[in-house]
Design a binder for this molecule. Structure first.
Ligand code: NDP
Length: 237
């Protein structure tokens, strides 16, 4: 059955790949990002039935307005994917407080708030599924990414706690923790050196992560789990 899906950070990278996969499965997708033109461009590649909305997840008022638009205009969302994320890499001593807060507000608080505002519709729908995007560095840590890692580690605790809170209402909450994936976020990295540390010998593609997200959205008996999608990188860390 076709479901209404909201993908925050759906215009590019992993969010775009999961939007494409959900549309291929016959679901209706709301592609959400700060750059409305980019969100429109992605939504238009999915087909006529799909919608683009503008929202900055670091701003609660915009999240609230976005959910109002979705719920009044399109209906209740069954699947929520939180793929909006930013990184501001650097050693802690050189990291500005402003950059720490940007990462925490976007990656952690933003995902917490989109979950919060999605729940009313999911409760009325008597069910739903959420996948948050964490990161391997939120599990293992990484020098030069302390604030980013903190935001992603926070999402693990949040995901598990919310899963417990809403399981009795048939709402499932899981987290996917990618390793290195080919997107704009990793485009500045020296790939050659890093590739040697990955047992599968390559960076992941956005669709590698999208398949894991879809699996968790569709798995009726899995909740509160962290699924690592990293080509085996975690085995070496
Ligand atoms: P990209 O940079 O390719 O895309 C990020 C997406 O998030 C874009 O759609 C962007 O659109 C949106 N976005 C960023 N900031 C905001 C905001 N404040 N409000 C709303 N939307 C926002 O990133 P990836 O696809 O690589 O990453 C997706 C998720 O996966 C992120 O949470 C990232 O931390 C995580 N991840 C990625 C890894 C990788 O190797 N690529 C590894 C581990 C985790 P716009 O700029 O228009 O808002």
């Amino acid at each position: 059955m076709s479901k209404l899906c909201a993908v925050f950070g759906g215009s590019r990278g992993i969010g775009k790949a999961v939007s494409q996969l959900l549309a291929e499965k016959g679901h209706r997708v709301v592609v959400i990002a700060r750059d409305l033109d980019a969100a429109h461009a992605t939504a238009s590649t999915l087909g006529a039935d799909h919608v683009a909305l503008k929202c900055d997840v670091s701003k609660e008022q915009e999240i609230q307005q976005t959910w109002e638009k979705i719920q009044t205009g399109l209906g209740h969302v069954s699947y929520l994917v939180n793929a909006a994320g930013v990184n501001r890499d650097g050693l802690l001593l050189r990291t500005k407080t402003e950059d720490m807060l940007t990462q925490l507000h976007t990656n952690l608080i933003g995902s917490m708030l989109t979950c919060k505002y999605s729940l009313r519709g999911m409760l009325q729908n008597q069910g739903g599924a959420i996948v948050n995007l964490g990161s391997i560095v939120g599990l293992k840590g990484n020098a030069g990414q302390s604030a980013y890692s903190a935001s992603k580690a926070g999402l693990v605790g949040f995901t598990r706690s919310l899963a417990k809170e809403v399981a009795g209402r048939n709402i499932r909450v899981n987290l996917v923790a990618p390793g290195f994936i080919h997107t704009d976020m990793t485009s500045g990295m020296d790939e050659e050196d890093r590739r040697r540390t990955i047992p599968l010998g390559r960076f992941g593609e956005p669709k590698d992560v999208a398949h894991a997200i879809l699996f968790l959205l569709e798995s009726p008996y899995i909740t509160g789990q962290v699924l690592v999608v990293d080509g085996g990188l975690q085995l070496t860390m």
